[in-house]
Design a protein around this ligand. Structure first.
Ligand code: PEP
Ligand code: MG
Length: 589
């Protein structure tokens, strides 16, 4: 550590944890600047060469992006690599390329200038469109255009691609190209002022397996290249000019986390049984058919939530009954005899179907709008294709069906009536299905929570969607980072509501699980189990951590924790209790 930084004051900045791990080193502050484009006339006899130069730059750019895409796919998987498809499409955009050539032929100006003019007009036009998806395209075009210009001008890639020494990269934002060009041999960690857990910088950081923290607001303004910092990707913290004491603590934490990860790995194969002998059912949340392999890798007892809308989201049209049947059958067969809960379409809200804007017109309040079961009941043909596909798959494994966003008993009855029609249709066709297919209702709207007793006779099980339930109960948009700190799973209103749902479900002899993110957070797991939930469903990679905790706790203690928490009046106090419970059982060695 330099003597300079030892004399400076330690500053701790809280951001959002984006990629796990801890890095310590000097910072490289990267501020994007647009490429300077010279303008000049091209001699008539050199015009063919000029167009060839443009073709070559497009080809080089394509190769660069494809290379990055391959790397991301290799390290992270297909879904993450898909983000670069939009960039490759820009390079194929005949309007953009054709217009550049036409402008060149008309003006005789060098190709960089023509391309820059056309791209700028496109960016301007896209950024003014009143549609979020199309507005985001402006960013894609800007990013690709900068790369094409760099290639035309023979400029080396930006300064991120050749870091002078091992550095923590700090930027106000990183475009996909920026992120992808980062010198992998020298980047210790990545920090950005803006961004969310799903931004490109994060995807690339995770693929590079380096720690990353995003959302540190205006940190780039406070830091100079060469300053020392710690990036704590576990807790989403950046510490500038760390003191000797902090460095010592972090050195220790890093080795503790490594040994903890090993212990989690060991727990993965063992059963989820508490110290006092209670077995807890742990299931997986999945979105795609190929995640069956993950469910098995993490030893989940089947799927507690199959978000079926992902079959639709990535499709240019509504999938047919047969296509859906094949998908559900593959999952059911792949995981039999374990159960697979297929949730019917939850399109709309944060999940509009981009290829079908007429079915999902823009709404002022999409989270409270025309989504999920509301959409399905209004579009019975689409709904019935899905219901029949689920019924047909039910003979190939342990399939269950669940409706999302149920708001009251009438909605549930209407959905069940349509299901009954589907059963009659399949009977008439002579196609087999499980006549006793279990029906579940998600409890994720406060009105459903308040009427759990009325819903119970119309279904076989409940699953609590805490992600939405909390946002509707506390009136906090779950995707808005300005109010993210107010999204408190331990708010007393949340606890009381959970208790009410669980008690009413059990009174009616209906099992009740949790499939929102709370179920996969070890800090909240004892509270949920103590309140009486019967199963937890979570994204597969968090299963070992939850299992490890369950194996280190007693169910009687969890019940005491829930009873104490219910008596407390603030989210902070309840959180502190849960945190203490967790830490006492996960003592790092
Ligand atoms: C939930 O709301 O908790 C839930 C599991 O559903 P989704 O996250 O898909 O809205
Ligand atoms: Mg939900």
């Amino acid at each position: 550590m330099s003597s300079d930084s030892r004399n400076q004051q330690e500053i701790v900045v809280q951001g959002i944890s984006a990629s796990q791990g801890i890095a310590y080193g000097t910072v490289f502050v990267y501020l994007q600047s647009d490429v300077e484009v010279p303008s000049y006339q091209v001699d008539i006899e050199k015009r063919i060469e000029e167009v060839a130069r443009f073709d070559q730059a497009l080809l080089t750019t394509r190769q660069q992006i494809a290379k990055i895409q391959d790397e991301v796919e290799k390290n992270l998987g297909k879904a993450e690599a898909l983000i670069f498809d939009a960039h490759l499409l820009v390079l194929e955009d005949q309007a953009l390329i054709g217009e550049t050539i036409r402008e060149f032929e008309k003006s005789g100006c060098n190709i960089e200038t023509c391309f820059n003019n056309v791209a700028s007009r496109y960016i301007q036009a896209f950024s003014e469109i009143d549609d979020e998806y199309l507005r985001e395209r402006a960013g894609d075009i800007r990013d690709v255009a900068q790369r094409v210009l760099q290639n035309l001008l023979g400029q080396a890639e930006n300064s991120l691609s050749k870091l002078a020494e091992k550095r923590i990269v700090l930027a106000n934002d990183l475009s996909p190209s920026d992120s992808a060009s980062i010198d992998r041999s020298a980047a210790l960690g990545i920090v950005t002022d803006s961004g969310s857990k799903t931004s490109h910088a994060v995807i690339v950081a995770r693929s590079m397996k380096v720690p990353a923290v995003v959302g540190v607001r205006d940190l780039t303004k406070k830091v100079n290249t060469g300053d020392w910092a710690i990036v704590d990707g576990y807790d989403g913290v950046v510490i500038l000019n760390p003191s000797e004491a902090t460095l010592f603590r972090y050195g220790k934490i890093q080795s503790q986390k490594k040994s903890f990860e090993q212990r989690l790995f060991d727990a993965n194969r063992k059963p989820a049984v508490t110290l006092d002998g209670v077995t807890v059912m742990l299931q997986a949340n999945i979105e795609k058919v190929d995640e069956v392999a993950l469910v098995k890798e993490y030893f989940a007892e089947g799927v507690g939530l199959f978000r079926s809308e992902y079959l639709y989201l990535n499709s240019a049209r509504m999938p047919t009954e047969q296509e859906q049947f094949v998908a559900y059958k593959t999952v059911a067969e792949g995981l039999a005899p374990n159960p697979v809960v297929i949730r019917t379409l939850d399109l709309g809200g944060d999940k509009p179907m981009a290829s079908n804007p007429h079915l999902f017109p823009k709404e002022a309040n999409p989270f409270m709008g025309f989504r999920a079961i509301r959409f399905c009941l209004e579009h019975p043909d689409i709904f019935k294709d899905q219901l029949r596909a689920i019924l047909l798959a039910s003979t190939f494994g342990n399939v269950r069906l669940m409706y999302p966003m149920i708001c009251g008993v009438e909605e549930l009855q209407r959905a069940n009536a349509i299901l009954a029609e589907c059963k009659a249709e399949l009977k008439a066709r002579g196609q087999p299905f499980d006549p006793k297919l279990a029906i579940g209702a998600m409890i994720e709207i406060p009105s459903a929570a308040a009427t759990t007793d009325l819903l119970a006779p119309e279904c076989d099980f409940f699953s609590i969607g805490t992600n939405d339930l909390i946002q509707y109960l506390l009136a906090i948009d779950r995707g808005n980072d300005r109010i993210a700190h107010l999204y408190e799973p331990t708010h007393p209103a949340v606890l009381r509501t959970l208790k009410h749902i669980i008690d009413e479900a059990h009174r009616a002899r209906r099992p009740v699980g949790v499939c929102g993110e709370m179920a996969g957070d070890p800090i909240f797991v004892p509270l949920l189990l103590g309140l009486g939930v019967d199963s937890l469903s979570m994204t597969p990679p968090v299963l070992p951590a939850v299992k490890y905790l369950i194996r280190a706790m007693k169910m009687t203690d969890a019940r005491d924790l829930a009873a104490e928490a219910l008596m407390l009046g603030s989210a902070k106090e309840i959180y502190a209790k849960c945190d203490a419970f967790y830490r006492a059982r996960i003592a790092l060695e």
